[in-house]
Write a protein that binds this ligand. Structure first.
Ligand SMILES: Nc1nc2c(ncn2[C@@H]2O[C@H](COP(=O)(O)OP(=O)(O)OP(=O)(O)O)[C@@H](O)[C@H]2O)c(=O)[nH]1
Length: 408
């Protein structure tokens, strides 16, 4: 998948931090052993851990639809959209956590003695590989590294405990520890990787919340554009009426995506704008209404009142709305994102997360921490400022990119 290389490039800071840390841990206390150059590591690890890579090569490009959050196709008339509604998604998603390819299969093979031919000819194809015994010291260093990568203490402890299980006392190379870590991370994240569910109800109302600067406006613009390209009719409400700049920015995104943006004078009541937007979306037969909101956390009581007023008002038009409340989080804030989730869960009925700015941050581990701690669906991740820099969250790609596992 083309997105993997982009993600990997852009997660460079996170992966290089983890990668360098893992290299240092193995070097520290490891010793060189001879390993046959080409063969063993590839073969046994292929079935599970190289799986995404396998799919990466053969199929033709299909990037556009990749980045669209599960658009309902449109074969027949009205009904087919139901197939992406939450319950179905939820039932289909219980992806059984991938059984980690046991390291035991990998380790002994890569320590193979020189082959018969090599011994006969005196030419060895073996290459030295540094390996280190997985002991308490190494586990402690791993914990520290994961905590430093913003994975949070609890998650770091859990992940290292899983790594140790069945492997304690075994000798591991950097490649092996990276693969094991990637598998463990993907396992934590698998249950929360869910695209934004689409419901048969129209307009589907998506309330977008988050602190100022987290990337709400940009995310709304990207979502609007992607849904529009998938044939959906979208309306945007610029509900942060306190910031003229936010409204202008949303208008730019709306123009770019060809989606109408409803605005109101600066300082006016966001709930009244939301009501008007709901009316327009219903009149226009829109599929989706995306509502931007203010993100001022300085006065939580005000913000809470503002958000609940928006909800009260749109429920006059549709008592099941909002159908999704997306919390947009900025990855560069690291562990602070944990507090933001806790706060916004009190302010609004958060139904899913979008993590932005995963490009260029060394704090990518925060997403693992959030998945482990809250179990809220992660619908999408942002890896840049362009319209197509929002992609559905893929745990295996993310884990591989984060740990620096080579996928070819
Ligand atoms: N590198 C990068 N920048 C992003 C991403 N998402 C958003 N941004 C940038 O982050 C900045 C803030 O994004 P906004 O979308 O304005 O954030 P907001 O939450 O709407 O902020 P307010 O309008 O202040 O409430 C902008 O400069 C965006 O271009 C991303 O995934 N990667």
């Amino acid at each position: 998948m083309a997105f993997f290389s982009k993600l990997k490039d852009r997660l460079f800071k996170s992966s290089s931090k983890l990668e360098e840390g893992l290299d240092a841990i193995i070097e520290d206390g490891g010793e060189e052993v001879m390993a046959e150059a080409p063969s063993p590591e590839k073969t046994p690890s292929t079935p599970t851990e190289d799986a995404p890579a396998a799919t990466a090569t053969p199929p033709a490009p299909e990037p556009e639809l990749e980045s669209v959050p599960e658009p309902a196709p449109e074969p027949a008339a009205q009904e087919p959209e139901v197939e992406v509604s939450t319950p179905d998604v939820a039932e289909e998603t219980p992806v059984s956590a991938p059984e980690p390819a046991s390291l035991e299969e990998v380790a002994p093979a890569s320590e193979a003695k020189p082959g018969f031919l090599a011994r006969l000819t005196g030419r060895s194809s073996a290459q030295p590989v540094v390996k280190r015994v997985l002991d308490d010291d190494m586990l402690e260093q791993l914990e520290e590294l994961l905590i430093a990568s913003d994975m949070g203490v609890d998650t770091a402890l859990r992940v290292t405990a899983n790594i140790a299980e069945g492997r304690f006392g075994k000798r591991l190379s950097t490649q092996e520890i990276k693969q094991i870590l990637a598998t463990e991370i993907a396992r934590v994240m698998e249950p929360v990787a869910k695209p934004l569910p689409l419901y048969p109800t129209t307009p589907q109302v998506v309330l977008v919340v988050g602190v100022n600067g987290s990337g709400k406006t940009t995310t709304i613009g990207k979502l609007a554009s992607q849904f529009k390209s998938a044939g959906k009719k979208v309306v945007i409400a610029a509900g942060d009426t306190f910031r003229a700049a936010a409204v202008e920015q949303l208008q730019v995104w709306g123009d770019r995506a060809g989606v109408p943006v409803l605005t109101a004078p600066e300082g006016s009541d966001p709930a009244s704008l939301a009501f008007d937007a709901m009316t327009k979306a219903q009149e226009d037969g829109a599929d989706l209404l995306l509502i931007d909101t203010a993100g001022r956390l300085q006065n939580r009581a005000d913000l809470m009142e503002e958000l609940s007023k928006i909800v009260r008002v749109i429920r006059k038009k549709d008592e099941t709305a909002p159908h999704n409340t997306l919390l947009v989080l900025d990855a560069t804030t690291g562990q602070n994102a944990v507090n933001q989730v806790e706060t916004f869960q009190k302010l609004a009925d958060v139904s899913g997360l979008v993590m932005t700015k995963l490009d260029g941050t060394a704090k990518g581990g925060i997403l693992v921490s959030l998945a482990d701690k809250f179990g809220l669906p992660i619908h999408a991740i942002g890896v840049g400022e362009q319209i197509d820099d929002l992609a559905p969250f893929d745990p295996e790609e993310f884990a591989a990119a984060l740990t620096g596992v080579k996928q070819d």
